[in-house]
Design a protein around this ligand. Structure first.
Ligand SMILES: [Zn+2]
Length: 282
């Protein structure tokens, strides 16, 4: 989707919108980083964007499984803007997440992040995918109960901008310590619905949250009554510790949390995820 502007009212997937509360009117979408000092731009130690950090630098023991840099997501290929498998967040959100990690470690768990800051161009890529006929190779795992057409018809999404593009929203789960090994996803492998019981669906090393990540189904609602008792307890554990760290949950997605006191509540960013050593080209 390149840099086409921002707001096209297309009905996309429930999850695309659901990844964040409804967006306010477009007022400050940035296609490029705001002004950086020449010295900051030139330094290899410079953050990818003023006010942002690599989570690895703040909380290196948080597990990262950046799905949109991989083939294992609802599109089935890496998404525009994810040039490195890194979690980039605003400094404030990263520090709050580090606080949550310190809290949960004492309970025998670690956080594991699936998605953090998301460039606007990734949302544009999602919209392009959603508008293309066919191309539903990952349906059997990520939206087993929906067709692309019905997803459009349901009109869940108004413009495709995600809270993730503000840099203080994160998708995450909990893993037990020590962190269990997780086999890689192999493109083209047989798929199992994300709604299948743990043990049948893809063997993510998450504790059982009742569905897989990015599961386009009402069973992903945090308080869905069909969740097993252990899965519900696990969701509530995540919600409590994230709430204590200053994040709020999107009730439609057990994995989606936004920082209450986010530093850029009106700004949507589009710098690619490259890592600290590779500042984006202007
Ligand atoms: Zn999300």
């Amino acid at each position: 989707m390149g840099r086409t502007p921002l707001v096209v009212s297309i009905a996309v997937l429930a999850l695309l919108t659901a990844c964040g509360p409804p967006s306010p009117p477009v007022i400050a979408a940035r296609s490029h980083p705001p002004s950086q000092s020449p010295s900051a731009a030139a330094s290899v130690a410079a953050p990818v964007q003023a006010g942002f950090v690599d989570l690895d630098e703040v909380a290196p023991d948080i597990v990262q499984d950046i799905r949109y840099h991989s083939d294992h997501n609802f599109v089935g290929r890496p998404i525009d803007g994810y040039l490195q498998p890194k979690c980039v967040l605003t400094q404030r959100a990263a520090q709050a997440l580090a606080q949550a990690q310190n809290s949960v470690r004492g309970k025998g768990f670690s956080l594991k992040v699936y998605d953090c800051y998301r460039p606007l161009r990734a949302g544009e890529d999602f919209k392009r995918w959603a508008a293309s006929p066919g191309d539903d190779a990952m349906k059997a795992e990520f939206y087993p109960g929906l067709s692309k057409a019905s997803v459009f018809a349901d009109g869940y999404v108004s413009n495709g901008r995600s809270a993730h593009s503000r840099g203080s929203t994160v998708d995450l789960t909990l893993v037990a310590l020590p962190v269990p090994a997780q086999r890689p996803f192999v493109k083209g492998e047989p798929l199992t619905p994300c709604t299948a019981p743990a043990g049948q669906r893809f063997p993510d090393n998450s504790i059982d949250m009742g569905t897989g990540y990015d599961c386009f189904d009402s069973r992903s609602h945090t308080l869905d009554a069909r969740a097993t008792a252990p899965a519900r307890q696990n969701r509530l554990l995540l919600r409590q510790l994230m709430s204590d760290a200053g994040f709020r949950n999107n009730p439609s997605e057990w994995w989606h949390y936004s920082l209450n006191d986010e530093p850029f509540p009106q700004d949507y960013f589009d710098f690619p995820i490259t890592g600290a050593a590779s500042p984006p080209k202007r």
